[in-house]
Design a protein around this ligand. Structure first.
Ligand SMILES: C[S@@+](CC[C@H](N)C(=O)[O-])C[C@H]1O[C@@H](n2cnc3c(N)ncnc32)[C@H](O)[C@@H]1O
Length: 266
């Protein structure tokens, strides 16, 4: 059945309160950064900013499924630092990683729009980045999860990336081959030892092969990535999608949209 989507507009906290517990796979937020962008009231939360962030984050935590993921955009390092400490202490979210969006020459525009009274005025003169932080909802081991490195966090939680791991074993079964066959193909194609290969799609030291490895070893043996791409695209209930019978997905899309229709970023 095709997933259904619903767009809801309003205050994000009020809207999330209408959603059931543990019903959401992913929350993606580009919240106010509290940098007084263009003098907007919504971006001037002052000293109450971190408390407000935690308020909506706790609601997001409630609606997210266990091990659901959260992505938050931000661009102001001092406030990111305060936010991370508050999240560690007051929520179950554990930081996994973050991406950097290098905006290149965007600094020219931010110089033009600079607010000399802003806490973040210095960024007007330097190349500007934004950061997309990636967390998972770790209800049982949130505290210990923060104490681990990123890889440990994945390894300490065997259910992380479970549908992708299941896809790998289902493909070995479908092709009637063992992992040793794939490693051997890789050795022949690359002349390298298969040591790294032992990490691909594993609970321990989970890794995904690079495109070159995929082409050298997996593709020639007939691995079919289509189900994997379906897993990535399709909302799932956290189950073992390759081995369980298909289930109706009734997950509401938590696309609580923001009130402002502006297309430009701060
Ligand atoms: C950093 S901007 C994101 C802009 C958006 N991603 C874009 O590119 O157009 C933060 C947005 O959060 C919205 N906002 C502020 N408080 C909100 C709230 N309580 N609930 C929902 N949206 C809110 C603001 O209107 C603003 O559009």
């Amino acid at each position: 059945m095709e997933p259904t989507f619903q767009t809801m507009q309003g205050d994000c906290i009020e809207i999330m309160r209408t959603l059931p517990d543990a019903s959401v796979d992913l929350v993606l937020a580009d919240p106010p950064y509290n940098i007084k962008v263009r003098g907007e009231e919504w971006d001037n939360l002052g000293a109450g900013y971190i408390d407000w962030m935690i308020e909506w984050l706790l609601e997001a935590q409630r609606v997210l499924k266990p091990n659901g993921v959260l992505y938050i955009w931000h661009n102001d390092m001092p406030q990111i630092a305060r936010l991370l400490v508050a999240m560690e202490q007051r929520t179950n979210f554990a930081l996994m990683s973050f991406c950097v969006w290098d905006k290149g020459q965007y600094h020219a525009q931010s110089w033009k729009n600079r607010d000399p009274d802003s806490d973040t005025a210095p960024r007007s003169w330097f190349n500007v980045c934004e950061y997309c932080m990636h967390f998972f909802n770790a209800p049982k081991d949130a505290d210990s999860a923060w104490k681990h490195t990123g890889l440990d966090r994945i390894n300490s939680n065997p259910e992380c990336y479970r549908p992708i791991k299941d896809w790998y074993y289902a493909e070995l079964d479908r092709l009637g081959i063992t992992e040793e066959d794939v490693v051997e193909r890789y050795r022949q194609a690359t002349g390298k030892s298969g040591a790294m290969f032992r990490h691909y799609f594993k609970d321990s030291q989970f890794a995904i092969p690079t495109e070159a490895v995929w082409q050298a070893a997996f593709e020639p043996l007939g691995f079919d990535a289509t189900p994997l791409l379906d897993i990535v695209k399709k909302p799932h209930g956290g189950g073992r999608s390759q081995t369980s019978p298909p289930q109706e997905d009734t997950t509401p899309c938590a696309a609580a949209t923001t009130r402002c229709a502006k297309a430009t970023k701060p």
